[in-house]
Design a binder for this molecule. Structure first.
Ligand SMILES: Cc1cc2nc3c(=O)[nH]c(=O)nc-3n(C[C@H](O)[C@H](O)[C@H](O)COP(=O)(O)O)c2cc1C
Length: 141
């Protein structure tokens, strides 16, 4: 029984490279233990994260993440039952925005700035799918 959950949030304070890498390090350790996989994207003060795995582990993790004071305005964009994972290779992959072609953002949104609050859930999901397929993701499992 697998589910996929997508949410967006706004960083509560400036997120530097150390904060981001601490979040990713903790995520990779916890997620590997609970069988959760996914991607985390951070740009212009906004997080976009997809989590996939068992229904209970994903729900528990989402509630834990949603109460994390390092971000706010946590908005559920999409939740679905799935037959297979799209991001099985990453316990928590990081989307490398330095490698992101602005044309890819323009393909899916009104401007070349990442703003999932202005995008539908399926469109944000399509963007993440394409980022994963175009090797814009860094980080090991
Ligand atoms: C944007 C964001 C994404 C996060 N993603 C994850 C995640 O995928 N997995 C995880 O275990 N914790 C994640 N966290 C951290 C959790 O909110 C929480 O601090 C952590 O899971 C606590 O783990 P612990 O109980 O082992 O100390 C994230 C936090 C933020 C702000």
């Amino acid at each position: 029984m697998l589910v996929r959950l997508l949410y967006a949030s706004r960083a509560a304070a400036a997120v530097d490279a150390d904060t981001l890498s601490a979040i990713l390090k903790k995520s990779r350790a916890n997620n590997a233990a609970s069988g959760v996989t996914g991607l985390l994207c951070f740009s212009s003060g906004i997080f976009l994260q997809v989590l996939e795995g068992g229904r209970l582990p994903v729900n528990k993790l989402y509630h834990r993440i949603a109460s994390d004071p390092r971000h706010t305005d946590v908005a559920l964009l999409s939740y679905s039952e799935i037959t297979e994972r799209s991001f099985a290779g990453w316990s928590m992959g990081q989307v490398n925005l330095a490698r992101l072609n602005p044309a890819l953002l323009l393909k899916y949104s009104e401007s070349a700035t990442l703003d999932p609050y202005a995008m539908s859930g399926p469109v944000s999901m399509a963007l993440l799918d394409e980022l994963a397929a175009t090797a814009s993701v860094v980080g090991c499992t």
